[in-house]
Design a protein around this ligand. Sequence first.
Ligand code: ATP
Length: 398
Amino acid sequence: MTICIYGGTFNPVHIGHINVINTVLRKLKPDKLIVVPDHIPPHKEPSDLADDRHRINMLKIATRGIAGVEVSSFEQQRDEKSYTVNTIEHFYKKYPGARLIFIMGADLAPGFLGWHRAQRILELSSIRVLARNQGERKRIESAAAEIRRAGGDVEIIDCRPVSVSSTDIRSRLIACGRADGLVPGAVERYILKNRLYNFDKTKYNSYVEFLRERLTAKRFAHSVNVAEASLRLAVLNGADLDKAYFAGLMHDCCKEIPREEQLELLKRSSFEVTDVELGAPKTHHGIAGAVFLSEHFGISDPEILGAVRYHTVARGGMSLLERIVYMADLISKERSYPGVERMRQEAYSNLNRSLFSALSFSIRDSISKKRTIPTLTLMAYNDSVGYFLDEENTARDS
Ligand code: ATP
């Protein structure tokens, strides 16, 4: 008897997971494939983890019509960290003599030998790995070779990868209330009915109304769209959702007040204002906006104020929230400049890389228009080159 065990958080289950299940059933033809949602994930701490009950219900709905699949509540019945080794030992005892195969996505293979009692998992089961994205083969092969050197029986299962993650889906649901076809239809209905992965935007209604009165319809729509893009980037990058939504929403709150009023506010800025900025009126509304938020609404959070203050010029050493609002402003839904779709995709898949692209573009643009470039922007660019090179080196090493 061959039994495949497929563990994970499934927060929520998505079409990538279903692709894994179907591929494994087709290629390995096990007698059973048992899907085991965890209780406390040992390797990650998602801030938006749906209840065990919901995650298991979604799995049951998603696998209802697939013969040979069982959903197990084994890990969820134990009030402890969900270590795979305990699950494998459980099924090893429950099905004496069965051949156990543990299924995992490519992202887990490189760190596998560091898992709790990894050697015991290798003693009791084989491992099969499936790609999550195109072009991962080399990386998976080197991880598999390491596991083999540790005595494991590991193989890669060829499949057509479906590049999607639960994090990406949560970001879409939290920001825009839809999963864009990345989870089975019945699962999406379950999510909406039970209000899972839902961010309560109504608590910002008074600010929305304030902006509606103060801004033109076009700028108002932009502000709401930037708030949504910030929220989505915040989920993807593990930032504070409320701060991201609020800073995105309010980033242009002073954009349409008269120049003189902006200058008055600017004089009271606790953030340093450089000479180049003083001579560039287009950058004033960010600085003015931060002063206005603190004087008018009593906002004192330095992260929020920084994100509004620097959203026009950026700066060296930008905080995560500053990077989020800066990029959200460039990729918001209504933007339609040439290349925006590429910029959007880059921002949603790699915030730092998109910051490098955006700053490079902005600096080239200023040069071509013979405009001065704030030192802050140059410092932000220099930092972004650093992120970029770090990531390139990590990718090469892995
Ligand atoms: P999150 O984005 O919240 O980290 P996830 O999308 O990685 O979640 P998990 O529930 O953590 O989903 O994944 C469970 C298992 O499924 C893991 O072995 C993971 O590598 C694998 N997996 C997840 N998504 C895919 C995918 N698109 N293709 C192949 N394997 C996947």
